[in-house]
Design a protein around this ligand. Structure first.
Ligand code: ZN
Length: 583
């Protein structure tokens, strides 16, 4: 899944997603005919012929400007020549998956974009179409900015007019087909008056065969055995439609300098059933600097845990560990590139693999840094005490994210409530994600302060960490506070504000840090969170969220001042596309 710290900050398909460019020549697989040959025009209920011009939102320039153009770059010297050859093949394969994804979003996408080109639509409309992978605005609840048809929940995975009830009724009447219909890797099509489940390996056969060939060539070129194994098995999965072995191999990539993900993963695009996985690719390079920092911090783990404000008897053994990998993103394609850009992800999603091997968290350093520069700093300049702005830096910001991720693995996991064994997750029910995210933020800060004291982190961070965290609050709460991480940040912020750790100047309308109180108040909140987790107290969790989970007028005002001024996300240009021409 995409992690909340990777909250939306969007993307752009700067390589046209419609031309195979330098990629291999592949014929697109047959796609079903467009759902409607006619286009409804806004405000009119009459249906006009498709030959009429498409209506384009008049503010499309402004919408595009929400995404700050950004080079996603890397140091070429970090990649040995043998791996450069591997990368060329991988980028070509990724482009093919990008092309499949466009059809997965909507069977009408190609025809629609061609029509935009034919009617000489403004460049911003074409660019925004490429950012969104279709005519619907992912920042506006999928409302159309081209044409007026709402996005079908079925995306390109099911016939556009199929309802959930119809599909359920079909499955009920044909129980032998249930597995195929509910599978992650099939599309549902009509055949006469029947419904059929078509495996991806058939539906996208031409393109997946071409992608598999490239992965095999990359596997042969790769000097790293585990990487070769993953690529070979993933190539086989494209043909067999069985992804299990290759997901297992991905967990075993070990010290491969390239951290690569290619395949169908997330199911968010399927709003009808939430079953069908969308194709995507991440081509990443392991980051040497922060990988080393992570290892260094892990050495302090026992001491750090002992320092937490929770009686020893409540510390319990955690489940499967989730290794963290810090990487530099080189190229992405498909699902992950649509709309806001991913800053971290946790894969695989297959529960069978998670049970056997756990999962891996991958953090994209350069993407996070780009968001920091293009979004977080402009936010800070508007809402944080001017004297403190120079203390906000990327190294501290990224370290804080690492501390957050590490804190997830600390504190109570398996617990006993009323004599019965359970888990914190089960006891806190739907409030668990909010409390757990809040805990990760706050325990991360407690650990940060401790590590600074013990010289595990630089001394200078003592001043930088609280104010960098403060600036991050406004990024995380900007687009709503209902999902777990937004709400968690709000609870933490209001608690710290009430305790005097954060202050507000009504004259300048800026927030500041009271360093004499910060550590003490943070530690008090950590104590409350850890204790309610240890006791598995749903009532305490609810009370904390009800008390602190509301936006105050001063914060509302600060957030309003950011609207339309600070970009929402980045629009990447991948410099590898230029660099690899000489590889
Ligand atoms: Zn988290």
């Amino acid at each position: 899944m995409v992690l909340s710290f990777g909250r939306p900050l969007a993307a752009a398909a700067l390589v046209s997603i419609f031309t195979a460019c330098s990629g291999p020549a592949t014929k697109p697989d047959p796609v079903p005919p467009p759902a409607a040959e006619t286009e409804k025009v806004a405000g009119a209920d009459k249906v006009v012929a498709a030959a009429k011009k498409l209506v384009i939102a008049t503010d499309v320039d402004k919408r595009l400007a929400q995404f700050a153009p950004t080079d996603v770059d890397f140091d070429e010297k970090l990649i040995k020549p043998a791996f450069r050859k591997v990368l060329v093949k991988l980028v070509q394969a990724a482009k093919i998956l990008d092309d499949i994804y466009l059809d997965q979003v909507s069977a009408d996408n190609r025809a629609l974009r061609a029509k935009l080109v034919a009617q000489q639509a403004p460049q911003a409309a074409l660019d925004y179409f490429d950012v969104m992978y279709g005519p619907w605005d992912r920042l506006e609840g999928d409302k159309p900015f081209v044409g007026s048809g709402h996005k079908p929940h079925s995306a390109g995975f099911y016939p556009a007019d199929l309802t959930k009830e119809q599909l359920e009724a079909w499955i009920k009447a044909h129980p032998a087909e249930e597995k195929a219909f509910r599978g992650y890797f099939t599309v549902i099509r009509r055949q006469g008056d029947k419904l059929i489940a078509v495996p991806y390996s058939e539906a996208y056969k031409t393109r997946l065969t071409a992608a598999a060939k490239l992965l095999r060539e990359a596997a042969k070129l790769s000097p790293h055995k585990a990487l070769s194994k993953y690529l070979e098995l993933r190539a086989a999965a494209f043909v067999s439609n069985d992804y299990f072995d290759s997901d297992m191999a991905w967990m075993d990539l070990g010290d491969s300098p390239l951290e690569v993900v290619v395949g169908p993963y997330e199911v968010y695009e399927d709003r009808l059933m939430g079953y069908k996985a969308a194709f995507e690719a991440f081509i990443n390079l392991r980051d040497p600097v922060y990988s080393a920092r992570l290892q260094k911090l892990a050495k302090y783990n026992t001491q750090v845990e002992r320092n937490l404000p929770l009686p020893k008897k409540y510390f319990t053994k955690r489940g499967t560990a989730s290794p963290i990998s810090v990487v530099i993103e080189l190229f992405t394609a498909g699902d992950t590139r649509a709309g806001v850009q991913t800053a971290a992800f946790n894969l695989p999603n297959d529960e069978r693999v998670r049970t056997k091997k756990g999962s891996k968290k991958v953090m994209l350093k350069n993407v996070t840094e780009a968001k920091f520069n293009k979004v977080l700093i402009p936010i800070a300049k508007r809402v944080v005490d001017e004297k403190l702005i120079s203390s906000i830096d990327f190294d501290t910001y990224f370290t804080d994210i690492l501390l957050h991720e590490m804190a997830h693995g600390m504190g109570p996991g398996q617990i006993t409530v009323g004599g019965k064994k359970t888990t914190v997750n089960r006891a806190l029910k739907e409030l668990y994600p909010h409390i757990e995210e809040c805990k990760a933020d706050i325990v991360g800060l407690v650990n940060g302060a401790y590590l600074i004291k013990k010289r595990g982190l630089p001394r200078a961070m003592a001043k930088k960490l609280p104010v960098t965290y403060l600036a991050g609050v406004f990024r995380a709460t900007r687009f709503g506070t209902e999902e777990a991480h937004g709400k968690a940040v709000l609870v933490a912020f209001n608690y710290l504000r009430k305790g005097g750790a954060f202050t507000y100047d009504a004259k300048t309308k800026r927030f500041s840090v009271d360093y004499t109180k910060f550590d003490k108040v943070v530690r008090a909140l950590a104590g409350e969170l850890l204790m309610l987790q240890a006791k598995g107290s749903y009532a305490d969790a609810k009370k904390l969220i009800d008390t602190y989970g509301k936006i105050s007028p001063e914060m509302q005002q600060a957030l309003a001042s950011l609207k339309g001024v600070v970009p929402v996300d980045i629009r990447p240009t991948y410099t590898i596309l230029t660099k690899m021409k000489s590889w």
